[in-house]
Structures are given as structure tokens and as C-alpha cells.
Write a protein that binds this ligand. Structure first.
Ligand SMILES: [Zn+2]
Length: 515
């Protein structure tokens, strides 16, 4: 079923060939003027039309109407070449064919006149894969070619062809076919095949073909089958495995708005949909590349591209330098994702880097990200010589068992246990805290302690200089240490240092939050 369209719509004349105008012009001119070379080399990536062009050239040389740039397509030679039955056309694929082993024998045969055609044509695909001895055998024939022999060589890797062979070939470089041209050809095929299709599907297929007409037609075959005889965007996306990229647009907009919370939320939605975070980084880099391109060459995004409107909008929002920076961070993030604790953190850290290094980024975004854990505005308690007599951790443990809420709990966390006996607990509190937590809260704390330890318990509150051992002071200090560690770690990060140097940036310490 697949490959049906690719075979059916394979170009059979120079006029039908899409996207290689410069090669076609040179060849048709030469054919018209009967300026024939004995060896041609077509280079280019896979699927751009090298062997198709070779077969058309073989027809042009052998058409019964005479050597022509417009082979008739009807004569014996033309139809036999089209159906692969022409005896004087020897086609082999150096990548797979065992015939290559008897290259010498094959070429000895070249000395004999063609059986039915004007020329004996050798088409050798992926010629760079020939062995050294096969190249040597071919070189002998190339050095003194019989007048009736034509070589048409094709390769994706011309650099692997010996210079001695290259120098005897007329070389043509075939280009990757732009998506717009592929899309135009697909439209023509769809119309001829009476298949209804939306523009978005065609644009998606044209882009997915990556410059190869053969791949485009083969993808089109699959998309038609997948879509039950017609092309609709959702089904085409699904067939291509191309996830709707609006989540990437959301991420970039959140970045430009410095909205850390929106970034986190979108990453969470991605996790729910089980999207691959590594692929997301790749697609993010691709999108950034397209946005940057749209800034410089607005016409580079086809009008019927499903993402066109979003890309142009992003091109307006972002500065060129921001796009460069985000692109670099995305590419780097993808390279490092294997080292991250897990894909989600690797992805999230990459987005946070973008956020932290966006031009003009301040402390705000990260503050929006991290729940404000320890920002009470109280001056940090200082350890003094007046160390608590009772074990500070014992008080923290006790507070944990009280099940207090809100303000009473805040009071308990700010207290230091000075002493504890069976019937008295003495608590120290700073003078600032004493003003903030007046009688009702102290009564609540006392009641809770009595419930836990006995109704006869007395609780004394002493206001004065604290030792810095209250549960809150201990937690605050731990957070501070972790923050200092996080800052030091970020500052040590070679990638961060490189960014600071390359972009003449500075690090906003308060924007860094420990994990
Ligand atoms: Zn013909």
C-alpha cells in the first residue's frame, strides 16, 4: 500500500522534476546542443531525485525520437526504461548489490555495442560505497570510454569518491527541496487523486519530509491511509507523531512574561500528558530557530503553516539576543538531560535557566516559583552565651505533638525551652515576639501543653534575649545554608560562568532558590 504514490508520481520528464531547476536547465541545454559527456555525477541527500534524474537522462539519451531534452515517454526505449526492462540500462546500487563484486565483468561487457539502444547506460547509486578494486575497474573504462557508454553516478557522499573518478565526471549538486515546493507538488497530487486535504496537513507533511520528495509522497500515502482516505490536521499530526506544539508557545510566552508559576504549571500539564521532555527541548530549540528566522526573514514561514501566526507573534515579543540565549540554553539542556536526576527536573531546570538569564530578569520570577518558606521579617536570632538548659530539639519534638494551628503554632515555634520539670515548663521568647503573640495565643499554647502533659502543668513565658535555638531559628538557619549552597553551586556551574562571560551578565543571588 505504501510507496504507491511515490512510484505513481515519480517524475518521468525533466519538466515534472520538482526543485532542481539549476540542474535541469544545465542538462536540457546540453542535450539540446548535443553536448554529451560520458560520465555524470549527481550528488545530494536522500530522496532529492538523483536516481529519478538519472533515469530521465537515460531516456533522453535513448529515446527513439533522438537524443532530446524532452523524451517522448511512448517509444520502446522510453517505456522500457520507465518499467525497468531496458536491456541497455544497467542499474545497480553499490550499497546493497552483490553485482558490485563482479564489477570488472560488468564493465568488460561495456565494450560491446548496445543491444537495442543508442547508448549503454550504467546508473550506479551510492557509488561511494564501491570497493577500491571496483573503483579501479570503473576507472579503466572511464579513462578510455567506448563512445556508446554513459555513466550516471549518484551519491549522498561525494567526498568518499576517489579524485581520479571525480575528475572524469560532470558533477551536479542536487538541493534539498524547500517545503513550499514540496507542498505545491503534494497539492497537485492530492487534486489529481481526488483526496480532500486541509492546508495544515499538507504543510505538516511538507515540513516532515525534510527536503525529500520521495519521503513526502511516502508520508502522504501513510497520512491518507491513516486519515481514512482524507487528510485532516489532527489525524495527520497523529500519524507524524507531531504533537500539537501549542504547549511550546505557552512556555515561550510565560518566559517572556517572566511568569515562573505558568512555566511550572505547563510542565506539570506536559507530565500529565506523558510528553517526552527531551523531545520537548528539541522541539523548543526548533521553534526558537524558526522564530529567530521569522524575525530576520518573515517570508521564511509559509502563510499556510499551521504555526505561522504563533511564530510571528513570538517574533514580535522576543529580542533577537533573547532568542539566541534561549536557543543555546535549550540545546545545552537537551544535551545534559541524561545527567539530570530525571527528565522532568532536567526540563524544569532548563526553563529556570532561561528565566534567570532572560535580559532584565530580576529576583521576582523565582520568588513567584518557590513558596515563601521563611520570610517572616523578623531579625535572625543570634546564638548567645545564654544557651538553653533544656535540649532545644526536645521542644521542637514537643511542638510537633501539640497539633497547634496558625498563630499559636507560630508562637510555639518561636519559643525556646529554658527548663522543664514535671510541673513547670519555662519558655523564652524574644521581646518582638512577645508583642506579636499576646495572651490569647499564650493561653492556647498553655492549654495544648496541659492537654498533652497534664492539667497541673504550669507554663511560664520569659521575654528577653534568645539563644537562637527555637525550632523556627533552626529551620531558618538550615534554609540559609541551603540557599548559600545553591548560590555557590550555581556560581560553580561552568555553563553558567560561560553564560555570564558570553552575555556579559550577572547573577542575581536572590533569584536562586534551593531545590
Ligand atoms: Zn521515447
Amino acid at each position: 500500500m505504501t510507496q504507491v504514490l511515490a512510484r505513481k508520481w515519480r517524475p518521468r520528464s525533466f519538466a515534472e522534476l520538482v526543485g532542481q531547476e539549476h540542474v535541469v536547465r544545465a542538462l536540457t541545454n546540453a542535450l539540446r546542443q548535443q553536448r554529451l559527456h560520458h560520465a555524470y555525477l549527481f550528488t545530494g541527500t536522500r530522496g532529492v531525485g538523483k536516481t529519478t534524474l538519472a533515469r530521465i537522462l537515460a531516456k533522453a539519451l535513448n529515446c527513439e525520437t533522438g537524443v532530446t531534452d524532452t523524451p517522448c515517454g511512448k517509444c520502446g526505449a522510453c517505456t522500457e526504461i520507465d518499467s525497468g526492462r531496458f536491456v541497455d540500462l544497467i542499474e545497480l546500487d553499490a550499497a546493497s548489490n552483490t553485482q558490485v563484486d563482479n564489477m570488472r565483468e560488468l564493465l568488460d561487457n561495456a565494450l560491446y555495442a548496445p543491444t537495442s539502444g543508442r547508448y549503454k547506460v550504467y546508473i550506479i547509486d551510492e557509488v561511494h560505497m564501491l570497493s577500491r578494486s571496483a573503483f579501479n575497474a570503473m576507472l579503466k573504462t572511464l579513462e578510455e570510454p567506448p563512445g556508446h557508454v554513459k555513466f550516471i553516478l549518484a551519491t549522498t557522499d561525494p567526498q568518499k569518491i576517489p579524485v581520479t573518478v571525480l575528475s572524469r565526471c560532470l558533477q551536479f549538486g542536487l538541493k534539498q527541496i524547500p517545503p513550499q515546493q514540496i507542498g505545491g507538488r503534494l497539492d497537485a497530487v492530492l487534486a489529481a487523486e481526488n483526496v480532500t486535504a486541509d492546508a495544515a496537513s499538507v504543510a505538516l507533511l511538507a515540513r516532515a519530509a525534510e527536503g525529500s520528495m520521495r519521503d513526502a509522497l511516502s508520508l502522504l500515502d501513510q497520512a491518507i491511509a491513516h486519515g481514512g482516505g482524507k487528510l485532516e490536521e489532527a489525524s495527520t499530526r497523529e500519524m507524524l507523531g507531531a504533537v500539537d506544539q501549542t504547549y511550546l508557545h505557552v512556555i515561550l510566552k510565560a518566559l517572556s512574561a517572566q511568569d515562573g508559576a505558568a512555566l511550572v504549571a505547563e510542565a506539570a500539564r506536559m507530565a500529565e500528558r506523558s510528553l517526552s521532555f527531551e523531545t520537548a527541548l528539541q522541539e523548543l530549540a526548533t521553534l526558537l530557530h524558526r522564530v529567530a528566522l521569522a524575525q530576520i526573514v518573515p517570508g521564511s514561514i509559509a502563510a499556510d503553516d499551521p504555526d505561522a501566526a504563533a511564530i510571528h507573534e513570538l517574533a514580535r515579543i522576543f529580542g533577537a539576543d533573547e532568542l539566541q540565549l534561549h536557543y543555546q540554553i535549550a540545546v545545552q539542556g537537551r544535551a545534559e538531560i541524561g545527567l539530570a536526576p530525571d527528565e522532568h527536573s532536567g526540563f524544569m531546570m532548563t526553563l529556570l535557566r532561561m528565566l534567570a538569564f532572560a535580559p532584565g530578569a530580576a529576583a521576582a520570577p523565582a520568588a513567584a516559583l518557590a513558596p515563601s518558606a521563611a520570610t517572616s521579617g523578623l531579625p535572625p536570632a543570634r546564638a548567645t552565651t545564654a544557651a538553653a538548659a533544656a535540649d532545644p530539639s526536645a521542644w521542637a519534638e514537643l511542638v510537633g505533638q501539640l497539633g497547634l494551628s496558625a498563630m499559636a503554632n507560630q508562637l510555639a515555634l518561636r519559643c525556646e525551652m529554658v527548663s522543664r520539670t514535671a510541673d513547670l515548663i519555662e519558655l523564652r521568647i524574644s521581646q518582638a515576639d512577645e508583642r506579636m503573640f499576646d495572651k490569647p495565643y499564650r493561653d492556647k499554647l498553655t492549654a495544648a501543653l496541659r492537654q498533652l502533659l497534664g492539667a497541673k502543668l504550669r507554663v511560664a513565658f520569659v521575654a528577653g534575649e534568645v539563644a537562637g535555638v527555637s525550632p523556627k531559628a533552626v529551620t531558618d538557619r538550615k534554609l540559609e545554608e541551603r540557599q548559600a549552597e545553591a548560590v555557590a553551586e550555581i556560581r560553580r556551574d561552568p555553563f553558567v560562568r560561560e553564560l555570564i562571560e558570553d552575555f556579559d551578565g550577572s547573577l542575581e543571588d536572590t533569584s536562586i532558590k534551593p531545590k
